[in-house]
Design a protein around this ligand. Structure first.
Ligand code: ADP
Ligand code: MG
Length: 395
């Protein structure tokens, strides 16, 4: 189980530090089944941790304040004094780790020296949340090895804070929550306002989740993210001015939006319409899972894609193509863009025994259309961050 990755991390540790690691930790990436762009808009999301991990090989350094990292996949190292005040550095990957140290220092707790080598099967920057796996994995390690007594929720929040302050990414809390709280074969419904969450069985009746990585990221479009936030704010203000009792998007109906459409203008209306429908879709998706109804779940995922593409307008040609092609297949129950948008992965609910054939078919069409080799990730829903020892997880 994950032997190749664990061996790679151990070998990296041995070559970087000429000794054996004392601990192995696995920190997973995540998918989000449905609930896109609602994490910062009063919504619920439905994420799950997956069997793609950053594996950390770790040794505590007694009587030392030096922390040394070896990022095996980048072949880069970084060393710093873990007791000193930190500030962001030029090596981007280091900032996720320094941000964690900074957040822990702010809480008034003390940590000591470490040697860490890490290697990963989570593709970087594809929307599977390698960044949360990195920052939360490290926070989890410090928590265990220095007995800091943080709760899992605090670990997720430390990870988010690190990303905000040191990496400069104003992310929501979903990625960190999924990486820390994931459970095998369960998806979680996370209320992004209260952080309450419930687990649901991921019974997919012979269907599986397959990701198609478009291998594009239109960064010139990502300013669109801030524009979306502005459009939504405009809409929200108008709703509040007519309905002062409404505090968040959960209370808004499509009827209210239709009534206020002229006031809002077309853009704000479309953005808000997407959000209101998406919040409802997540609630329906939970029903679909509870009722063992993957067909309905698939339909909801596809509706989300239509909304993301036409109402929220955060898709791109490559992802629209992957979704359209997938939906031409009878054995695909649903497909949608996953993540922030403008590239990254699509997530597809595909009949298990057809997944290879369909993936190959779409791979070929994508290459013909865009001249790009896409990647296919078959994933299983798995446990959150864990220490791993002698082929067993320690909780
Ligand atoms: P995502 O979280 O969707 O994968 P992000 O852009 O949020 O994408 O985070 C990716 C960044 O996280 C990388 O650019 C790198 O700085 C850091 N990172 C992730 N995985 C690794 C790794 N295996 N080695 C070094 N840095 C990593
Ligand atoms: Mg990220």
């Amino acid at each position: 189980m994950h032997t190749t990755l664990i061996n790679a991390a151990k070998a990296a540790f041995q070559s970087a530090f000429q000794s054996e690691p004392e601990h192995i930790f696995l920190s997973p990436g995540r998918i989000n089944i449905i609930g896109e762009h609602v994490d910062y808009n009063d919504g619920y999301v439905l994420p799950a941790a997956i069997d793609k991990y950053i594996c950390f090989a770790v040794k505590k350094q007694q009587d030392s304040e030096t922390c040394t990292f070896f990022a095996a996949d980048l072949n880069e190292s970084f060393s710093f004094n873990i007791s000193e005040k930190q500030s962001p550095v030029g090596q981007m990957w280091v900032n996720y780790l320094l941000g964690v140290v900074d957040a822990i220092q702010e809480s008034g707790k003390t940590v000591g020296g470490l040697q860490i080598a890490f290697s990963s099967t989570i593709p970087m920057g594809s929307g599977l949340s390698s960044s949360a796996a990195l920052e939360c994995g490290f926070a989890y390690i410090l928590n265990i090895l220095f007995d800091l007594q943080f709760s899992k929720k605090e670990i997720a929040l430390i990870g988010q804070k690190a990303e905000h302050t040191f990496a400069g990414v104003q992310c929501g809390i979903m990625d960190q929550f999924a990486s820390v709280f994931g459970k095998e074969n369960k998806v979680m419904m996370l209320d992004c306002n209260s952080l309450e969450h419930q687990y649901y069985d991921a019974q997919l009746n012979g269907y599986s989740l397959v990701l198609f990585d478009s291998c594009v990221k239109h960064t010139h479009l990502t300013s669109g993210y801030n524009d979306r936030r502005k459009d939504v704010e405009v809409g929200k203000e108008i709703i509040k001015s007519h309905y002062p009792g409404i505090l968040n998007f959960r209370q808004v109906t499509e009827e209210i939006l239709t009534e206020l459409k002229e006031d809002m203008g077309d853009l704000a209306y479309k953005r808000c319409l997407y959000l209101v429908k998406e919040i409802k879709r997540v609630e329906e998706a939970v029903k679909a899972l509870s009722e063992n109804n993957p067909e309905y779940l698939g339909r909801l995922m596809t509706e989300t894609h239509t909304g993301l593409s036409q109402e929220y307008e955060v898709s791109c040609n490559e992802i629209d193509f992957l979704v359209e092609e997938a939906l031409k297949e009878e054995s695909v129950l649903g497909a949608r863009m996953m993540g922030g948008g403008f590239g990254g992965c699509s997530i597809n609910l595909v009949k298990e025994d057809q997944a290879d054939r369909i993936s190959r078919n779409i791979e070929e069409k994508y290459r013909k259309a865009f001249g790009i080799d896409m990647k296919v990730y078959k994933i299983n829903i798995s446990e959150g961050i864990k220490e791993y020892t002698d082929n067993e997880f320690i909780i």
